[in-house]
Design a protein around this ligand. Structure first.
Ligand code: 2AM
Ligand code: CA
Ligand code: CA
Ligand code: CA
Length: 269
């Protein structure tokens, strides 16, 4: 895999995709629901994914693509060879409601190893990228490795629904965590929250259910600054399935999981 060539190509196509999304701000966007009433998708999500798929296939027809909207119609059941993992818009609800706080996210894996990761917050014009073993950058400026901090000084990205009678996690323990840390935040875009952790603006972010395209790019970038990411059981992430997720400063990830996360058995229907 020619890292420099793919990197230059991806920097170009992500900018082009961003320009198309910017233009959509002045148009009427078509909104549909997916799995439930809060799970939204727009024609811009689909069109952006189609655009990226065409560009990736133009680059190399052997490269495979796993995208949230499934526009490549490929059944990806392994990560053999080169696989691009694409979220055309991460933070669709924010895109619809706020026209901000969303990103384009592209992770490029070779035989399951994260090689390149790109997250573009197009409204803030912040393009994060990471190259395996060569560091992480924001708008071409090298990102620093994270410094340690104690949990009681941490800012944590967490969804408010965790703190009240949640079926999947012990809410009382989550409440203890919320009271112990310095503060909590919620942004509605997994990639933005991961990049806040990677830049030390947030110290942890967790989710009960994320998919490969939510975390593939972030994982490559985060690794380069020493942020840790696992499932909430402390297991390595798997890029073929949905799972729980935590990304955190390395000094607090294990403490959060061991002291404050108690996952409840999910009922089988
Ligand atoms: P999305 O906007 O690409 O769907 C919202 O809290 C964050 O969780 C977003 O990054 C969103 O990605 C992600 N997410 C994952 N699964 C989701 C779901 N079923 N419904 C809504 N957001 C989901
Ligand atoms: Ca979605
Ligand atoms: Ca997403
Ligand atoms: Ca999406």
């Amino acid at each position: 895999m020619d890292i420099i060539s793919i990197h230059n190509y991806t920097m170009d196509i992500i900018q082009e995709a961003a320009e198309r999304i910017r233009k959509s701000f002045s148009q009427k966007v078509e909104i549909e629901t997916k799995a439930d009433a809060n799970d939204l998708v727009t024609n811009i999500d689909k069109e952006t994914e189609m655009f990226l798929i065409e560009k990736i296939k133009q680059y190399d027809t052997n490269h495979r693509i796993l995208g949230e909207e499934g526009m490549s119609h490929e059944n990806i059941s392994n990560l053999d060879g080169v696989v691009w993992i694409v979220d055309p818009i991460d933070g669709t609800t924010n895109f619809i409601r706020q026209q901000r706080n969303f990103t384009i996210s592209i992770g490029i894996y070779e035989n399951g190893v994260g090689k390149l990761g790109y997250i573009y917050d197009i409204v803030r014009d912040e393009l994060f990228y990471g190259i395996e073993g060569q560091g992480a950058y924001i708008n071409n400026v090298r990102m620093n490795r994270l410094e340690k901090l104690p949990l009681n000084e941490a800012l944590i990205g967490i969804n408010a629904s965790w703190a009240v009678k949640n079926k999947r996690i012990n809410s009382e323990r989550v409440g203890e965590l919320i009271r112990y840390v310095r503060g909590t935040r919620s942004y509605g875009s997994a990639t933005i929250e991961c990049m806040l952790v990677a830049t030390g603006k947030l110290d942890a972010y967790m989710s009960m259910r994320l998919s490969p395209w939510d975390i593939a790019a972030a994982a490559v970038i985060a690794k380069e600054v020493g942020a840790e990411f696992t499932t909430l059981k402390g297991e390595p992430i798997n890029l073929l399935h949905q799972d729980t997720f935590i990304i955190a400063n390395a000094s607090i990830r294990q403490e959060i999981i061991e002291q404050y996360v108690e996952l409840l058995p999910v009922e089988i229907k």
